[in-house]
Design a protein around this ligand. Sequence first.
Ligand code: AR6
Length: 189
Amino acid sequence: MDSFTGSQSYLESRVTVVTGDITKQQVDAIVNAANSSLMGGGGVDGAIHAAGGPSILAECREIRRTQYPDGLPTGEAVLTTGGKLPARFVIHTVGPVWGRAGGRESELLAACYRNSLQLAADHDLRAIAFPAISTGIYGYPREQAAIVASTAIKDFLSRNRTLRKVRLVFYSPGDAAVFVQHQRFEEER
Ligand code: AR6
């Protein structure tokens, strides 16, 4: 498939793939592809802080001061409120930089998805939206990221019933098409 129109769903419609802007999603929580400083950046991170306003950064500063003075480790996730965003919460996670994780890239990317989903479930949230973590500035190949992300989400949803909806938001139809082509949601393991 080389084009993507509309949306695609998997796992009895608990997972949907859409194109759009993560900051516009009306869900309980959106996930931020952050860096370990939690102090903002480009891409999704820049868009979330710009749309959500300064309260998100203030909460991130507090998290750094009280919990992670040396920065949020790769693969971990923390939660702030959503400021002016339509989403009530933002879950900030740090994806691996491709080629800089000593061969642990896939393990760390899977941890981003798993820990973000667990945090959402811990807060009793029902609907969460993810961007394609690490596939922008951090250079993770989209095809391989699709395999890792879909497998991690599928594994989590198979053992958790709190979360009803996981929305995967791609910036471009081309990115969504690559994901749809490489995802492993329906595969038996
Ligand atoms: N909505 C949905 N997807 C988007 C949006 C958006 N508004 N903007 C970009 N994308 P990236 P990373 C896509 O670079 O690779 C920041 O500086 C984008 O096309 O945001 O994890 C952080 O502070 C790509 O497919 O995240 C870190 O330093 C995907 O989202 C670093 O970038 C992720 O791209 C993190 O890099």
